[in-house]
Design a protein around this ligand. Structure first.
Ligand code: GRF
Length: 200
């Protein structure tokens, strides 16, 4: 399966996916909406094609999304992976990739959509936090959930310590889910997500 990964910054999830050497998955390209996204360096060093589509050069979300889509589709992806891609996507764009675009969100959805998830989980007194991989739909952070990982929130946690604990799980969970997709084990049908075979 051909995979295109979209990032905006550090790119540690992208890095975990590349390092996982997922059977049946070929990382065709890494795209960013900022030329200074740190993860682009790792991708280039690993011989992966990179592209930058800078949102500031477009006067609307629709024109940016159209340019992004044109770049992505040059690589004929079976799967588009959002990995810390910090742009809200238009309905047309999400529809184009329906069933073939995943996102990772650093909370146990449906709790804490949007930003500052760890701070909000601590403020709410949650005893568990975590991350969610979901199919992308038009509504931000609301697509069908594929998999989640939970971690404890410890009494002395701050945003940084909790984020680090969750991120370690993100780096494990995202490659695992992409592995399911690459092996044709992931099915989204009638509003439900199924993983065929043993979950491993
Ligand atoms: C991750 O926590 C991801 O869940 C969120 O943004 C962060 C991106 O980190 N959407 P990285 O760029 O993958 O290091």
């Amino acid at each position: 399966k051909n995979i295109v990964i979209l990032i905006s910054g550090r790119g540690s999830n992208m890095e975990a996916i590349v390092r996982a050497r997922i059977a049946g998955a070929q990382i065709k390209a890494v795209l960013a909406n900022r030329a200074d996204a740190a993860g682009l360096t790792f991708a280039r060093e690993h011989g992966i094609e990179t592209r930058v589509v800078d949102h500031r050069h477009y006067d609307s979300r629709e024109t940016f999304d159209a340019a992004l889509q044109a770049q992505i589709d040059q690589f004929a992806p079976d799967l588009v992976v959002l990995a810390g891609f910090m742009r809200i996507l238009s309905a047309g764009f999400t529809r184009h990739y329906e069933g073939r675009m995943l996102n990772i969100h650093p909370s146990l959805l449906p709790a804490f959509t949007g930003l500052h998830t760890h701070r909000r989980a601590i403020e709410a007194g949650c005893k568990l936090a975590g991350c969610t991989v979901h199919f992308v739909t038009a509504e931000l952070d609301h697509g069908p959930i594929v998999a989640q990982a939970a971690v404890p929130v410890l009494p002395d946690d701050d945003e940084t310590s909790l984020a680090a604990r969750v991120l370690a799980q993100e780096h494990r969970l995202y490659p695992q889910v992409i592995g399911w997709f690459a092996a044709d084990r992931l099915v989204w049908r009638d509003g439900r997500v199924y993983v065929h075979g043993d979950v491993g």
